[in-house]
Design a protein around this ligand. Structure first.
Ligand code: ZN
Length: 493
């Protein structure tokens, strides 16, 4: 219970200095297994177009149904959780969480409460240039409900999604700002995508989030009464819920009222929330051990095989890009937002040993071309190998190709594929550095332009560029201006 605090009657912004937010999140991530959690129906990764066509007696809750746990779901879940550094429990059990709702055909959800498959864990991320690590309280598997559509004064129910596997990730109340919470969620999304556990697309309902929030005076250790907002479905909405709910609770406390423990419904269009129901306690759900599913016992080989699938954490890559490769914060964030993009960058750096140019060729040229093209391409769908982009960068670094012309080569690769070297030669873009031939050109230019040479020597050094231009012209622009520069300086004295 919040202690009474000497405050004014109306809400005043300066109070924000004295009350802090205490936020916990419950995140549901749809595991992208081929089939559902307890039956062989297709997992609704891409939602089936016709309602109730992707169902069977198990996922639509017929009385005689007998669920069978999908091994693939456990394997993918384990990979995701281990990426978050959890402890694995070799033996876990499923429980029934009983409640009635029209989208839940069984009238219970199969979940884990008493003995969950994993325990603890944490997620590291960067919040406003600061590295933070947020603790996870517990994680488990459970099945999803169906989907209700309210239309024409009726409610329609579609069970295509019912029985899809969800990983639930429950954090400790560790967040103190909307930025903390949203960066954590973005990191979860990156981890799930990197490890191929889920596409975690919030727009498609593949990742949903419940926001628990209470407030307390900054000097107080005890937590206040919390409210819950269920199924918030975008990063922006999570941020708006947190800031609006904080102000709402602060207003209540400033008016000497008490915050009710309740579930509230957020309307993102109006930016307001309304009370939905008083919060249930675990008791209300009448949890009991699931009688139809045997305890889950994980063998060492199974755990080891999942461990083999772990990849480098996206945040570790981001930190490496900032500290070792010295990339800009925006670029590091962009490259690690998509694990395939970051794999592409890694490969390019390995081939060129030039992180800065690798980054700029991806972010300013390749991604721009992808964006401009009509087709919905991904970096992994390109027609040409990463080796060709590396070759373009290497040619530029060896002064064999000008930076301006390199863009034309990448464009040609992007449109028609092929080999970088072939394109450079076919377009006459290779800058030659044959010293004998270059010297002959420079000598010719000096001989042909004696008047200008006299001018340069006696009073007008500004015409130096003229000689470089003449040399380039004589060489049909195939040579490197940098070397003409040096040669001319030497010869003109
Ligand atoms: Zn089914």
């Amino acid at each position: 219970m919040l202690k009474r605090y000497n405050i004014t009657e109306t809400y005043t912004p300066h109070m924000e200095q004295e009350y802090e937010k205490v936020i916990g999140l419950e995140v549901h991530v749809r595991v992208k297994s081929q089939t559902k959690m307890f039956c062989s129906c297709r997992n609704a990764v891409a939602l089936a177009s016709e309602p109730n066509t992707n169902i069977c007696s198990i996922c639509s809750g017929f009385p005689w149904m007998l669920p069978q746990l999908n091994k693939e779901v456990v394997r993918l879940g384990l990979i995701g959780w281990m990426m978050m550094g959890c402890e694995v429990n070799k033996t876990s059990r499923f429980d029934r969480k009983s409640y009635y709702y029209p989208d839940l055909p069984t009238s219970f959800q199969t979940t884990q409460l008493f003995e969950t498959i994993v325990w603890k864990g944490s997620v590291k991320t960067i919040v406003n240039w600061e590295t933070k690590e947020f603790g996870i309280h517990h994680m488990h598997l459970e099945n999803d409900a169906g989907k209700l559509t309210h239309a024409w004064g009726k409610t329609l129910v579609d069970f295509n999604r019912a029985g899809s596997p969800l990983m639930e990730i429950v954090t400790d109340p560790v967040f103190r700002s909307a930025d903390d919470a949203t960066e954590f969620l973005r990191e979860i999304q990156k981890i799930m995508r990197a490890a191929w556990v889920s596409d975690a697309d919030m727009d498609k309902g593949q990742m949903r989030c419940d926001v628990n929030l209470s407030i307390r005076p900054t000097w107080q250790e005890e937590f206040g009464t919390r409210t819950e907002h269920k199924n918030v479905n975008s990063f922006g909405a999570v941020s708006r819920v947190i800031n609006a709910e904080y102000k709402r609770q602060l207003k209540i406390i400033q008016s000497w009222w008490e915050v009710d423990q309740e579930t509230r419904w957020w309307d993102d269009d109006t930016g307001t929330s309304t009370s939905q129901r008083s919060k249930e306690n675990a008791m209300d759900y009448r949890y009991f051990p699931e009688p139809d599913i045997l305890p889950l016992v994980l063998e060492d080989d199974f755990i080891q095989a999942a461990k083999q699938k772990l990849v480098e954490l996206p945040v570790e890559r981001r930190i490496r890009y900032l500290d070792i490769h010295k990339l800009q914060e925006d670029d590091a964030r962009l490259l690690t937002a998509d694990y395939e993009l970051s794999n592409y960058f890694e490969k390019l750096v390995e081939l060129t040993k030039d992180p800065k140019k690798s980054c700029s060729y991806i972010t300013t040229i390749l991604l721009a071309l992808i964006k401009e093209s009509d087709e919905e391409k991904n970096i992994s769908d390109l027609w040409f190998d990463v080796e060709e982009v590396a070759q373009v960068i290497n040619l530029v670094n060896n002064d064999e190709l000008s930076s301006t012309n390199s863009k034309a080569v990448i464009e040609e690769l992007f449109n028609n594929g092929g080999k970088a070297d072939d394109i450079v030669d076919a377009k006459w873009l290779r800058q030659k550095n044959d010293m004998w031939a270059l010297e002959a050109i420079v000598d010719q230019v000096i001989e042909d332009n004696q008047t200008q040479v006299e001018q340069y020597k006696w009073w007008n050094e500004n015409i130096f560029g003229y000689f470089v231009g003449q040399s380039m012209k004589l060489s049909k622009w195939q040579w490197n201006p940098k070397i003409f520069n040096e040669l001319l300086k030497k010869k003109l004295g």
